[in-house]
Design a protein around this ligand. Structure first.
Ligand SMILES: C[S@@+](CC[C@H](N)C(=O)[O-])C[C@H]1O[C@@H](n2cnc3c(N)ncnc32)[C@H](O)[C@@H]1O
Length: 191
């Protein structure tokens, strides 16, 4: 299982945003829409979508878990935004699970030696190509910040739980680009 965790502490947890103004009214919910398209639409070539999962933490404690939409892939950013909005308003489709929890809980759950490995995507980390410790048979999860990176509380958890930082280079990329790059690296490594 390859999993992504997108943190969006500033996004509106009630789903009160306009489809015509996702960055402004959605407080950068457009980031998540592009992540989802990269994860379940255009990103994977040989990696099975049933082995992909995307967890979004919206605001402080709303968690949306997205799995393979199969033949219901939403169209474009607005299609994904409608799915997010319906889910936040209590009417998720079958491929989305809505729950409550905090970033710290997710870190603890996904960072379990020998069972599940959690990484943080960070420009200052170790280069992706230099890492050789992906767990082939278990779970790898990659956590991403929002347009501002990680807030101070999350940085504290990253250091407290000693989460390894992985870099795709010194340049700051769109989160969706990061997701697609990781998927492609896993396709190459575990072909
Ligand atoms: C748009 S970037 C954040 C913007 C920028 N890092 C900042 O702090 O202003 C969103 C997230 O994508 C990931 N990311 C972007 N570029 C990256 C890179 N070159 N290497 C690793 N992760 C990256 C990080 O998790 C980052 O928090």
């Amino acid at each position: 299982m390859l999993r992504f965790v997108q943190l969006l502490p500033q996004a509106a947890p009630e789903g009160e945003f306009l489809l015509k103004d996702l960055p402004g009214s959605g407080k950068r919910i457009d980031v998540l829409c592009r992540d989802l398209a990269a994860c379940f639409d255009w990103g994977p070539i040989s990696w099975s979508k049933s082995n992909l999962e995307l967890i979004a933490v919206i605001g402080e404690s709303i968690i949306l878990t997205f799995r393979d939409p199969q033949n219901q892939i939403p169209k474009g950013e607005v299609g994904w935004a409608s799915v997010i909005r319906d889910s936040l308003r209590g009417d998720p489709p079958a491929f989305v699970e809505v729950s409550e929890g905090y970033v710290e809980d997710i870190i603890k759950e996904l960072n379990q030696p020998k069972v599940s490995k959690l990484w943080v995507l960070d420009e200052e980390g170790v280069y992706l190509s230099e890492i050789d410790s992906y767990q082939k048979t278990t779970q790898n999860s990659f956590m991403l910040g929002d347009h501002k990176g990680f807030d101070s509380q999350t940085k504290k958890f990253i250091s407290q739980f000693d989460i390894q930082k992985v870099s795709l280079g010194k340049k700051s990329y769109l989160s969706s680009h990061c997701l697609a790059t990781i998927i492609s690296e896993f396709e190459r490594k575990f072909r």
